[in-house]
Design a protein around this ligand. Sequence first.
Ligand code: ADP
Ligand code: MG
Length: 270
Amino acid sequence: MLEINSLSVAYGRQLALEDVSFSVRQGEVVALIGPNGAGKSTLIRAASGVLPALRGNVRVDGVELKLLSPAERARRLAVVPQARNLPPAFTVFETVLLGRTPYLGWMGQASETDRKCVWRALQHTQLSALAERRVGELSGGEQQRVLMARALAQETPILLLDEPTTHLDLQFQAEVLNLARSLANNHHKAVLMALHDLNLAGLYADRVVMLVHGRTQFVGAPHEVLTEHNLTAVYKVPVHVMPHPEYGSPLILPDGRSPEPVEGRGEAQP
Ligand code: ADP
Ligand code: MG
């Protein structure tokens, strides 16, 4: 279980997160949503231990994250970051094998188990055919899946994903999110993912945390958080919310035919 307790994080003197608290249980997918600059990536980075807390803390199965060594941390949580800084000369296989670093012996040699684990992660992300390709030659979407595969190869009980669908087309968006869902359902992982797309959050998450200006504005089930009232207030545009025809999860559409021009955004149509 991942617990975020009264967490505040600052960049210099600028507060980016203020008093944020929520938890992600094993088997649960929690979506982190909110406007650009709300603090989603900051929270993912703080939850992974890359950014220090100004106040509050992050706990993993009751243990404070900052008390764990980097290897212990990497055996408990894996991250798919938003920025892709992959060494371009490495092959896909070598890059995903990096996910096994926290398990390698003192010689740093990968075992048969490590290699099997990498192949499994490549299979899950439909990358097997690209295993020998250099990462620098891949498309943005393929690189995104390499990051996902590297995180899977880490075999951690907690997964942190920062906008894992950004560079993906519809097919791979669905595949990455179905994979996240199935890792929670079938492998009992705790999944926290920052998502930009409210519809995908509504469809895939058990709970939604809405951040605004670094604070938790709403936390709850998708149908509780993703309401016309809440979204219009946060995103400052009128929206329609209707239930998904099959699943009943909230579907969100901007009010595209609003007769009122939004101030500063062009002229009203005659
Ligand atoms: P989101 O992922 O929700 O778009 P971020 O977590 O990236 O938001 O950013 C939250 C706030 O922190 C923004 O105001 C952003 O400008 C600021 N910020 C993010 N990264 C840095 C950084 N490395 N240094 C200084 N400020 C940052
Ligand atoms: Mg971000």
